[in-house]
Design a protein around this ligand. Structure first.
Ligand code: DHB
Ligand code: FE
Length: 285
């Protein structure tokens, strides 16, 4: 049977992708950000997954106001890198895993979650920046990736509680797949940031650190936070953090078993307009 080996959490700030693509990672401003991912790139090489299930949000690139899926699973064999206005990032295309994606869609939909099945989708910085941060600048990404897009852009967006429950359903789906694949689940976006309106530039370090503490130690209670708390405390784009609860909900201890090992934790302000947070949790045993 397939199993989830670890969950990875990281911000997806688009300027990080631009810094990598334009060779600016050694500038002091960016060095501070990238220093938090050196361990992670080493860890990825030491613990290569067979598949990454990557939870992220599209930023009006693949979708628009015409169609707004709450949860969309990418079932294609490959996904092109989106042109977000200045040409696609010079990174490899994303190879999917249609068989596992179709199995997860089947299992999760039968388990009462309504997913949109997407057979063609370009992937934007929400997905490619986390891959760059953890995998560097390879000719090809190290393994297939199943893109899982969550609407956190246009209200109504899903609750943290729903996301946490969905993570549990994804774990049940993975564990009922016959091939013994090692699957990582990534939750991306966040941390506190607001890109618009009078509060643009908002960062809340204390709230972010507490979110990380609670994500590790008491995720079920954290999942009860209402939207308004994210928006008030972490800014309008801080709502991206509900996606971290999908990844956390897929970890063993939520159902049974020992708490995950915290193998890496990093927090830094600023990167562009955003507080950068990053965690790696490994399932015990
Ligand atoms: C920024 C952060 C985001 O999450 C995003 O999607 C776009 C921009 C920023 O900090 O600039
Ligand atoms: Fe974003």
């Amino acid at each position: 049977m397939a199993r989830i080996t670890a969950s990875v959490y990281t911000s997806h700030v688009p300027a990080i992708g631009a810094a990598l693509d334009h060779g600016r990672t050694h500038e002091p401003y960016w060095q501070k950000v990238f220093s938090g991912y050196e361990f992670s790139r080493h860890w990825m090489r030491e613990n290569p997954p067979d598949v990454i299930f990557l939870v992220y949000n599209d930023h009006a690139n693949a979708f628009s106001l015409e169609i707004i899926p709450t949860f969309a699973i990418g079932t294609a064999a490959e996904f092109a890198v989106a042109d977000e206005g200045w040409g696609p990032r010079p990174v490899p295309k994303v190879i999917g895993h249609p068989e596992l994606a179709a199995h997860i869609a089947q299992s999760v939909i039968q388990d009462d979650f309504d997913l949109t099945i997407v057979n063609k989708m370009d992937v934007d910085h929400g997905l490619t920046v986390p891959l760059s941060l953890l995998c560097g600048q390879p000719q090809a990404w190290p393994c297939p990736v199943i893109p899982f897009a969550v609407n956190v852009v246009q209200y109504p967006v899903p609750s943290g509680r729903r996301c946490f429950q969905l993570g549990q359903a994804i774990r049940r789906a993975v564990e009922s797949y016959d091939d013994p694949l090692q699957v990582q689940i990534w939750g991306t976006g966040g941390m506190s940031h607001q890109l618009q309106g009078p509060r643009a530039g908002l960062i809340n370090r204390e709230w972010d650190q507490r979110f990380l503490d609670r994500l590790i130690a008491e995720p079920a209670a954290l999942a009860q936070l209402p939207h308004i708390e994210y928006v008030r405390e972490a800014g309008s784009e801080g709502i991206e953090l509900v996606m971290w609860l999908i990844a956390r909900g897929a970890m063993n201890d939520v159902d049974r078993g020992a708490p995950p090992r915290v193998v890496h934790r990093f927090y830094h302000v600023p990167a562009s307009n955003t507080a950068v947070g990053h965690l790696i949790l490994e399932n015990a045993g």
